[in-house]
Every structure is written in structure tokens, then in C-alpha cells.
Design a protein around this ligand. Sequence first.
Ligand code: GLU
Length: 419
Amino acid sequence: MTSYRGPVFEMAVKQFEVIANYLSIPDDARPRLLLPKRSVTVSCPIHRDDGTTAVFEGYRVQHHLTLGPTKGGTRFAPTVDLGEVAALAIWMSWKCALVGLPYGGAKGGINVDPSTLSKRELEALSRRYMQEMIPFVGPHTDVMAPDLGTNEQIMAWFMDTYSMYQGQTVTEIVTGKPVSAGGTLGRREATGRGVAHLVRRAADELKIRLNGSTAVVQGFGNVGSIAALELHNMGVKVIAVSDHTGALYRPRGLDIPQLVRHASSQGSLDGYSNELALDPAEILTVPCDVLVPAAVERVIDAGTAAKLRCRILAEGANGPTTPEADRILEARQDEVFVIPDILCNSGGVVVSYFEWVQDLQRLFWEEEEVMRREYQLLDRAFDRVLARSKGENLFNRTAAMAIGVERVRGAKETRGLFP
Ligand code: GLU
């Protein structure tokens, strides 16, 4: 019995079972690896602009404390619940372990549609959430970061609220902050850059020439827009993009720099062009060389997996592919090369780790240094995943997750039952 419920949590459980079976982990050792160490639910009351009071529910799940502090983003979205946050925390654990960061996974969130709040209300809610979390987080216990629906400004409010309580500035309490508030150069771009870098590695592996090839990107937030821009700069024609307001398609390639400018000034793709509009339901099955789902979980189910017409599936989002879809993609391994989410989007947490290290040392790096080190860790993880999948004839996700789960398991075995 567990209090974590819902389709996203179920998905994290099923994925883990596949790996646990593959690694022959005994049944009695499984719950200890899978179930979160700690979770907190808080009520966050705020004064609305109209004078009324509203209460929003917030969560934080810390998956395991075996390798160091827990690390992970904070999501503001109307879908957020304890089960979704727990699944995302578990994925953060496998991700951090795969790329070799000294962290366990965590995730947090508030059940709220941030677009319905004024800036003042958003600040009040962000500060109240951090205030409620103060007993549970700390630079050496749990370090937050942005995720869907949160941004640098919200991280600055989190940092400020925590710092005021401590009576001193504690920049290392969150990552993904603005550079002006102790953030690192290259964090904002880190996830999208990492996605594009790994696409290049996959293309080299498959002997695909990226210059002149085609890409489709679902999601045009921080991850999708930067990934699209980086691919565009590599000479890839980005032929379709989408966000929550709609989709655009241009077989000769979209003007990505212009779209990025439009999205950052208007807040979304809406209003860019009516002529280029595409049914958003079709975006994932547009034939292309590189498909980047960079929105939310569970968008590729079994039906969609069978219809994918891409050579490389670069999972910028967390959990975009269901376990049922995985079975189909495993059978289609020779047609579709999957860069699994915990590898593909790990550039974000890698550079968060660099931000934390710089904050702790009060010593800041040049952007080139940040990027060089990011690509170095990503390359190492990519090589390990590929060696494992080739050596044991495995699906890429199984190889990536096996490496992550084994590392956490090994640490738990050497430390004992407590952490
Ligand atoms: N929310 C991001 C993720 O899912 C970043 C986490 C972090 O930087 O700690 O990987």
C-alpha cells in the first residue's frame, strides 16, 4: 500500500519493474529502491488581488538521500498531484545517478494554473510555498530548481524567502536562478543545448548528416525553444513546432529565431501565423529525422509509438513515452533510435549541479567552461548507455535506467538501511 496514486506514478512503477526484473533485484529489495523516502503536502494561502483568500495545495517528494542532497524542479500546473510529483522525483533519481551527480531525486509542485494569477499573486504563492518548505529543504538536504510553469524569477523569490529566514543570503538553496541573483551562466539554455548535443551524438552514431535533415519539436517552453534553436543553428530544418496554444508546420523549415522572438514577447506561439497552422494532434507523427517531445508526460502511447516516423526520438520532456509504447519502440529499435529522457534532458540538472557548486564556492565560471563541462558529462553518460545497450543488446531506456538504478542500489548496499 502506498499513498502515491495516478497514471504517472503507475508509469514510474512499471518502468522500474522492467529494470528490476532485468537486473534480477529480489522482491524484498524493490520497495526500498522505489518508494520515496519522504513527502510533504502543504496548504499555501494567499490574498487574491480582489481581496479574497485562496488556498493552493503544494507538494515536495524526496526520493532518496543515499548519494547526497535531493535535487529536482518545482512544477506549477493544474495537473500536479502527489503521485505525479513522486514519479518525477523517482525519475530525477535515476537521471542524477546515470550522469554521476552526487544527488538523490526530488520534485515539488503546486496544483495551480499560473496563467490565472497576477504577478503579485504568483510572488505571494511562490514565497508562501518556500516558507512552508523551510523545515524540509536546505542546501545540503534538498535543492529546488525550475520545471514546468516556473522560471528564474520564481527561483529568485524562493531563494530570497529562504535567505530572509536564515538572516543571510543562501544562494545555494535553489538552482536555475537569474545570473543577477547567484545563478550560473548557461543554466537557462542547458537543457535545450544538451538535447541538441545528444541528437548530434545519435546522428553521428547512425551516420545521419544533420545539415539539411528535418526536426519536429513538441513544446516551445524553455526546453523546446532552445533545442529547436540549437538544431536550427546546426543546419537542421525544424519543420513543425507546437505549444499549448497550437502547432505550426512548414515543410521547407520554420524561421526558428523569429519564432523564439515571437514566443518570448507574446508568451506563446499564438498569433504567429494562421497559414502554417497544423492540428496539434498530428505533430508527433509528422515524418522527420529528429522528433523532440519537450512538453509533458505520456504523450507517446502505444498507438502513437506505432505511427512515429522519425529516425531519432530525443525525449526532452520527462516521461513522454508510456511503458506500453516502450514495448513497441523496443521492437522498432532499428527504425527509431531513442535517447531516453533521463539522459536526453539531463543537461538541465547537470548545469544545476554546476550552479550549486559555484554558489557553495562563491567562485563563478565562464559560460564556455559551463558548456564544456556539461557536454563532457553528457558524452560520458551517452557513451555508457550506448556501450551497455550494444553490449547486452538492450533497448536504450533499459540500458540508461539500469545504470541509474544500479548506482543507487550499490550506494544503498554499502551504506546500509538508514539513508
Ligand atoms: N526540472 C528539471 C528536470 O526535470 C531540472 C531539475 C534541476 O535542475 O534540479 O530535470
